[in-house]
Design a protein around this ligand. Structure first.
Ligand SMILES: [Fe+2]
Length: 346
């Protein structure tokens, strides 16, 4: 297929050859430009962007093969046909290994050159079509993967909210914890990707409570060590539930959200900065919301008392740098949302 938009750059040091090729190919409907050297060809390509380059193998001041090696990385979409002497076919084959599409032998049969050019451009066009089709398909697959993932995450999120809504003590907890985590991460100027991971980690952190005995969870008195151990399985169980639908960073946030900074948490394997940063933030938000909420075994404590408790546990339960960042924040904005969310969920 020849179209008027298709552009050919003829690179040859012999003016007569350039003129003959230009005349023949122009008659076929191509737009042609000429260059008499490698330097001129490189300069022309900056503004001409040819679809096809007819490239003479032997030119003074730089071989066609060298020019091909320079051009291909910059203009990978441009097809190249090498023009060689009959006894240079080995070199021409090397050029094809460097990315040339074809070669033609001198002296030229102009009709054959025109056929060759047409075939090469058509091949290039089809390759481009296939590439675009594959990119389009990939885009579709990515879109659908995102949609499926969002649906799954939405379902798990709904499950968490449903679980929490079952009792008045936990209603709205994950949403509030998420709000507080977001406030802390903004204070830390965290990257968008990190904030997104933390958002999902916070919303889903307690999904593992589906495996916790409700009688133990709602026990009005102090938990026995065995009961406490039973409740704490929710971090591991939650990580397992979310694993198929979130990235490993979110899984790690859920898994480590009860880790103590000093390593004294139950069955904890890492401590200090080996605990994922998102989990270290979440644990402060989680503790703050738990302390300022009523629980079956105690009423809510005041915001000021909760802040004092976070200060007291800085360096033991909580990362001291994050605890101090949290204590600088006026959390009242989030706590006002807390009341609204609690109202929605009760
Ligand atoms: Fe938890």
């Amino acid at each position: 297929m020849t179209t008027h938009e298709q552009r050919i750059l003829i690179v040859d040091d012999e003016p007569m050859i350039r003129r003959l090729l230009n005349q023949k190919l122009s008659k076929q409907g191509y737009h042609c430009e000429e260059a008499s050297s490698s330097d001129e060809a490189l300069e022309k390509m900056k503004t001409y962007s040819a679809d096809l380059i007819l490239l003479d193998m032997k030119m003074p001041g730089g071989s066609g093969m060298e020019l091909l090696a320079d051009l291909k990385p910059i203009y990978p979409a441009a097809a190249v046909i090498m023009a060689t002497a009959v006894n240079e076919t080995n070199l021409a084959i090397q050029c094809m290994r460097l990315g040339a599409e074809d070669y033609i032998c001198k002296p030229f049969n102009l009709d054959e050159v025109a056929i060759n050019v047409g075939k090469t451009l058509e091949k290039k066009r089809l390759e481009q079509k296939i590439k675009e089709y594959q990119e389009h398909l990939q885009q579709k697959v990515d879109e659908q993967t995102r949609e499926i993932r969002t649906l799954f995450l939405g379902s798990i999120e709904a499950l968490v909210f449903a679980l929490e809504a079952k009792d008045k003590y936990t209603a709205g907890h994950s949403r509030r914890v998420c709000e507080i985590s977001m406030v802390i991460s903004r204070e830390l100027n965290s990257s968008e990707d990190f904030v997104e991971d933390l958002r999902w980690g916070s919303l889903l952190h307690d999904v593992g409570k589906i495996a916790v005995d409700q009688c133990i969870q709602n026990k009005p008195g102090k938990l026995t060590p065995a009961e406490y151990e039973h409740i704490m399985i929710h971090a591991q169980v939650g990580a397992g539930i979310v694993k198929p639908v979130v990235n490993e960073r979110v899984v790690a946030i859920v898994e480590h959200h009860h880790d103590h900074y000093d390593g004294t948490g139950l069955h904890q394997l890492v401590s200090g900065e080996d605990i994922p940063l998102g989990a270290r933030i979440l644990t402060i938000a989680d503790a703050y919301d738990a302390m300022t909420s009523d629980r079956p075994y105690r009423p809510a404590i005041t915001v000021e008392d909760a802040r004092q408790e976070i200060k007291r546990c800085s360096g033991t339960q909580f990362d001291p740098i994050l605890a101090s960042a949290f204590l600088k924040i006026d959390i009242s904005c989030s706590t006002s949302k807390r009341d609204k969310l609690a109202a929605i969920n009760t």
